[in-house]
Design a protein. Structure first.
Length: 399
């Protein structure tokens, strides 16, 4: 005979078994749902090429760029050499400069010629050997004048160190050859920094920030706002009006030109009164050149939005095609002449590189009209080409 306690115990066991089976079934269903969701998200990720581009290609680009392209070392820095003395000591010093892996002598015949090369950016320094150099070397008080381009303070400091090392090495060899007749430490290099007397890196960085601001306001912001209109369908309403594609493009550019002009004014005021950066060039030239570059950035943003027609894709493309290259490949942080040739070519294709060189020259060296005219001509060509592409993309939507 079965007691009530035994019946209750059997019921509890059955209930526990059913609960365990139910719990196992719930866990199985949860795993199945999770697997299905993972499969769905994987397929969606594979279909979205922009995500794959950012997730897989961008890290490779950054690794290669930072590993091979970015360098704060100075190599093959061009130094204009003015030889007013033709002694053995001078020949040894010049030979040491020519044999350096970091310096490349450029022979000049006058200080005027060397200054022209410096202003044009063809040389990074000027080494002047005075006419009485050999006599002062024998007396143990030889002096060389080294004029450095202070637009890039990092490169200027490196070039000064390399020049000092090459000169002292040459003097040591000369002293050994002449049995101590020439003191090994008989020459002092007297440095002088042009365009950046304070040797302050802020003078070098603040003008470059204007380029980054113009790039960000132009390409990045414009591409997002126009792409938003594509998504919401408000842009299509313009296509049923008599407005022509070029008129639509120009109408999109004008408001952002006004915004960019306000941003430029804030940048110039901050540079002058907050960071004490000298503005040696014409304010009018700086404003006009900045507006031309802003037009290039705005037109690039329109092209990006016309191609992608999606805010997320537009933000990624704008970041990869405008802001990041302007930050890393335009000469903002380091001199492009110190990177591999491939990176130099890519850098000089970018409009930001040309404007970066110009804005730094205008701030720190003043108006150099050959560079002003050539750079603005290049930027205008970029602007015309990008506006033409954007107009054509708009016209395709009208068909």
């Amino acid at each position: 005979m079965t007691t009530r306690t035994e019946v209750d115990t059997e019921a509890d066991v059955d209930a526990g078994t059913q609960s365990a089976q139910a719990g196992g079934s719930a866990r199985s269903r949860a795993r199945a749902r999770l697997v299905a969701l993972v499969r769905k998200e994987t397929r969606q990720m594979l279909r979205d090429r922009s995500n794959l581009f950012v997730g897989l290609l961008l890290p490779v680009v950054l690794i290669l760029l930072f590993g091979y392209g970015l360098s704060f070392d100075v190599t093959d820095a061009r130094v204009a050499v003015i030889m007013e003395d033709s002694s053995a000591a001078t020949a040894s010093i010049v030979a040491a400069l020519a044999g350096s892996d970091y310096l490349t002598p450029v022979w000049t015949y006058s200080m005027t010629e060397a200054e022209t090369l410096m202003r044009a950016g063809d040389v990074s320094a000027i080494l002047r050997v005075p006419a009485d150099f050999s006599r002062h070397v024998l007396a143990g008080e030889g002096r060389l004048q080294l004029i450095l381009n202070g637009v890039d303070t990092t490169s200027a400091q490196a070039i000064e160190g390399y020049a000092n090392g090459a000169v002292q090495s040459a003097l040591q060899i000369l002293a050994d050859r002449q049995a101590g007749m020439v003191p090994a430490a008989s020459v002092v290099i007297v440095p002088r920094v042009w365009f950046n007397e304070a040797n302050d890196s802020t003078w070098f960085l603040v003008p470059g920030l204007i380029v980054l601001v113009m790039t960000l306001i132009g390409a990045f912001l414009t591409s997002l706002l126009i792409a938003r209109e594509w998504e919401r369908g408000t842009l299509e309403s313009l296509f049923v009006t008599p407005a022509r594609p070029l008129e639509i493009v120009l109408a999109k550019l004008v408001p952002f030109l006004a915004v960019g002009l306000i941003d430029l004014a804030m940048c110039l005021l901050a540079a002058k009164f907050v960071f004490d950066v000298p503005i040696r060039g014409s304010i009018t030239v700086i404003i006009l050149s900045s507006l031309i570059y802003l037009l290039v950035s705005l037109a690039l943003g329109l092209v990006i939005s016309a191609v992608t027609r999606n805010q997320f894709a537009a933000s990624q493309v704008a970041l990869l095609a405008s802001f990041m290259p302007a930050l890393m490949l335009s000469g903002f942080v380091f001199d492009l002449r110190n990177v591999p040739v491939v990176v130099q070519v890519i850098g000089h294709i970018l409009p930001a590189t040309h404007f970066m060189d110009l804005i730094k020259t205008l701030f720190m060296a003043g108006d150099y009209w050959p560079q002003i005219l050539s750079t603005n001509a290049i930027l205008l060509a970029y602007a015309a080409g990008l506006i033409a592409i954007a107009t054509r993309r708009m016209a395709k939507r009208l068909e």
